[in-house]
Write a protein that binds this ligand. Structure first.
Ligand code: MN
Length: 280
C-alpha cells in the first residue's frame, strides 16, 4: 500500500480583480511532481451574463497545457490554425512543443447568457527530446473517454492505461490521468505503475486516505513505495488522479515557457518576439 507523502493545500492565485484560481502546484514546498508541473483549479464559479471570461493570445513552449472542463464552455484558437470548443466533461490536450500562440476562454454565446464555469488547467512537462516537437492540439470529447464503473464509483480514463482501458490523450512520456467520482461511503482502489510519481487533487467532497481526512482543494502526494492506494469518500467526491514516470532532467521555467536551461528560455523569448511561434 502507498502512504501519504504530503498533503498540500491550494493557494489562492488572482487572475484579475474578480477571478482567481486555487493552486496547489507548484508551491513553496513542492516545485513539481514530475511530469506534472502546475495545477490551477478554477470554480465552480457563476460567471454573470455579459461578463467576458477570456485569456488573450499568449505563447507556450516545452510542455503540454491540458484543460479538464467539468462545467461550462471553453473556446480555443491557436497560431497553428486550430479552433476548438469544449463542453463540461471534455478535455483539451495541447502539446505546445516548439511553440504555439493561443487564446482561451468562454465563447461569446456563453458570455451572453452567463453560466457556471469549472475547470482544471494542468501543465505536463515534456522530456527534453520532445520539447521541440511540432505543436498539436487534441480535442477529447467526453464520449471518447472510456469509463470504468466500480460499484457506484466511476473512473474516466483521460490518458494512459487503467485496468483494461486506454485513455485517448497522446502522451510523450508514460503517464496516466484519471477523473474519479466516488459517492459518499464508497471507496476505490487504484493501482499505480511501479516507479511512477502519483498524486490526486480533490475538486469536491472529502476523502480518507491512509487515515488522513483530506478536504477539497487539497493535493495528496503519495509515497514512492507501494503500488496500491484506497481512497474512501466521506462525502460525494471528485478527484483528478495523476501518475507518471518522473522526467529526471533539469527544469527551468519562465512564465509560459518550460525548458531545461536558461539559454533555452532566452531562446524561447527571442523566438516568440520574432514571430517564430506564429501569431493569432
Ligand atoms: Mn495558455
Amino acid at each position: 500500500m502507498k502512504t501519504v507523502k504530503k498533503i498540500i493545500a491550494s493557494e489562492k492565485k488572482n487572475l484579475g480583480p474578480k477571478q482567481f484560481v486555487m493552486s496547489p502546484l507548484p508551491n513553496q514546498w513542492v516545485g513539481q511532481i514530475s511530469p506534472f508541473i502546475m495545477l490551477d483549479h478554477f470554480g465552480p464559479q457563476h460567471i454573470p451574463a455579459g461578463e467576458p471570461f477570456f485569456v488573450p493570445p499568449h505563447p507556450h513552449r516545452g510542455f503540454v497545457p491540458v484543460t479538464i472542463l467539468f462545467d461550462g464552455e471553453v473556446e480555443h484558437k491557436d497560431s497553428v490554425g486550430n479552433i476548438g470548443r469544449i463542453k463540461g466533461g471534455d478535455v483539451q490536450w495541447m502539446t505546445a512543443g516548439s511553440g504555439v500562440v493561443h487564446s482561451e476562454g468562454a465563447p461569446e454565446s456563453f458570455s451572453k447568457t452567463g453560466g457556471v464555469l469549472h475547470l482544471i488547467q494542468l501543465w505536463i512537462n515534456l522530456p527534453a527530446a520532445h520539447k521541440m516537437t511540432a505543436p498539436s492540439y487534441q480535442e477529447i470529447k467526453s464520449d471518447s473517454i472510456p469509463v470504468l464503473k466500480e460499484g457506484r464509483s466511476q473512473v474516466r480514463v483521460i490518458a494512459g492505461k487503467y485496468k483494461d482501458l486506454q485513455g485517448p490523450a497522446k502522451t510523450f512520456s508514460p503517464l496516466s490521468l484519471l477523473h474519479i467520482s466516488i459517492p459518499e461511503g464508497e471507496e476505490v482502489t487504484i493501482e499505480v505503475e511501479k516507479g511512477f510519481n502519483a498524486s490526486y487533487y480533490l475538486t469536491k467532497g472529502e476523502t480518507i486516505i491512509d487515515d488522513y481526512e483530506v478536504p477539497a482543494q487539497h493535493l495528496v502526494w503519495l509515497s514512492d513505495e507501494g503500488t496500491n492506494i484506497t481512497v474512501k469518500a466521506i462525502r460525494d467526491s471528485e478527484l483528478l488522479f495523476m501518475a507518471g514516470e518522473p522526467i529526471n532532467e533539469p527544469l527551468v521555467s519562465y512564465g509560459p515557457f518550460v525548458m531545461n536551461s536558461k539559454t533555452e528560455i532566452i531562446q524561447a523569448i527571442h523566438d516568440y518576439e520574432n514571430g517564430l511561434m506564429g501569431t493569432l
